[in-house]
Design a protein around this ligand. Sequence first.
Ligand code: XIL
Length: 622
Amino acid sequence: MAGTIGISAETEKGIKDLFNGQFYLGAAVSSRQIARPDPIKDQLLQKHFNSIVAENCMKCAFIHPQKDHYSFKDADAFVELGIKNKDFIIGHTLIWHEALPNWFYKNADGTFLSKDELLENMRQHIHTVVTRYKGKVNGWDVVNEAIMEDGSWRKTPFYQILGEDFIKYAFQFAHEADPDAELYYNDFNMTANGKRAAVVKLIQRLKKEGLRIDAVGMQSHISMRYPSLEEIEKSILAFSNEGVKVNISELDLSALPRSNAGADVQATAEYQERLNPYKNGLPEDVSQKWNDRMESVFSLYQKHADKIDRVTVWGLTDADSWLNFWPIRGRTDYPLLIDRKNEVKPFLKKRLSTQEKTTAKPVYGQPYEVSLSDGCKLELISIPKGTFEMGSPEEEPGHWPDERLHSITFKEEFWMGKYEITQAQWKAIMGSNPSGFKADDHPVENISWSDAREFCKKLTEIERAAGHIGEDYTYELPTEAQWEYACRANTRSAFNNGKTPTENGNVSPELDELGWYWDNSGRDLKDIYGSHPIGLKKPNTWGLYDMHGNVGEWVLDPYAGYRDDPGPDPRYLGAGSNNVRGGSWADYPWGCRSANRDYYGYYTASSHIGFRIVLTPSFKEE
Ligand code: XIL
């Protein structure tokens, strides 16, 4: 089983795995690492992070130093690195008053360009950069740092020449260039009252204009005392109440004393000493305080995991942090999650080791791994409680009337299989392998709804006998609502990457990154025909793979119209025409949509239907 995902002996967990199913964990990558990659740091990036952002190489001064000259070398390499690592890739940043070359807004004589000239430069710049990375960069910091702490507009050249409309144009141009990319407004000090209120207004205004804004980035360059957790929480809530996600976009926690403005003029040795107190290492008590603060900051993020899409730290290791140079040059700071010896910080080490210990039994909020025979593993992801809109809007291409939108709430804890059940896993429990496209790391298929439930029953017996679960929990097929809730992971689009195709066609580039469907697995009836190894496509933000395509998935419920008042944790059981969700290698895009409902007789066995499991509270079979 070498080379398979999820069922081979697991490699050691990285920091990102602590937040699986909650948010992406990102890191800013320095231009040095891009231009001259240190292989150890590349490994750290791969192991600990599942998102990257360019620390500098996409800023205007670097990527577009002269009006008629772009310099894409580093940015290209950065994007390639992200693709290689299957990262969620962030472009930083399109419109910012810093790292902004003069030609962009000034004439040779120092006077400002005209409105039209600046607008044209913005259009050209944004179109060129965003188009180049279309379909590769997943989200852009469109505008950076446009608002002051008191809520007034920062008087940047953009503002002075174009007024506040420059923001609107920036978002419009970015969306024109890549309609699928997520777009963000990014700023620091987002806990300042005035700035918080002004950002809320900005979101409202962009939305009112019909412009796309997916999230607000809270940079989060924080210190040991400021801001308080309460203030951070207030901002997370304020922004998400406006219907956008929150990105923690540049997190670092300086361990050093704050300097006053203008600190570079303080030349006395004594002063230098005071501001750079930990040149030779961080004292134990300071380290303890740093770790405690970071632990509570991350716990707060986890509390709001349904609102936060990504937490990105501004640099890889302490040695790489910009804070060693800013606001004072030549200090030694300790702001990041990995230290100068490439070791993860104590608060994370502790989390990683408790996680390893507790995988013996499922702990809600944490992933769980069942060990099957022959070293075969089955990974489950903890699904957060919450409410979602099941079904799809009428205007969604491929929408059927039986997908009527209605709200469902989950109050009970459950876990869901990260992947479809594989043939190796099926063999480990059932002994045989009925699949049509035989390979250990492909999903099992050619099994009926009853067969799939038999698998769940056996797995429950084994896990109870091992003392891992009690009578109160059962392995089962997901209910239809559980399936769609987990598939969507808070998305409302046709597919769980936030994308909806514009038409009900046979081909969907929106689906291609997520799933194996007819156009990429059936059409030629040649090598690619049929099911594929699990886990090769992009997971959703909760970490679930292959929810769209590969094989269709049996769910528990018999097919029926949605009930008017389903109540929380709805569960219907019965063998009849049973639902199959998510579409398969044999389906057109619309059949793979999050909301699509398909049904087959419970006895049907077909090479395009398999399943995944949930670990869910036990219930009585009526
Ligand atoms: C910083 C980089 O980390 C430094 O290497 C560079 O010299 C200056 O910019 N807010 C932002 C980031 O949005 O782009 C800044 O990055 C840090 C503050």
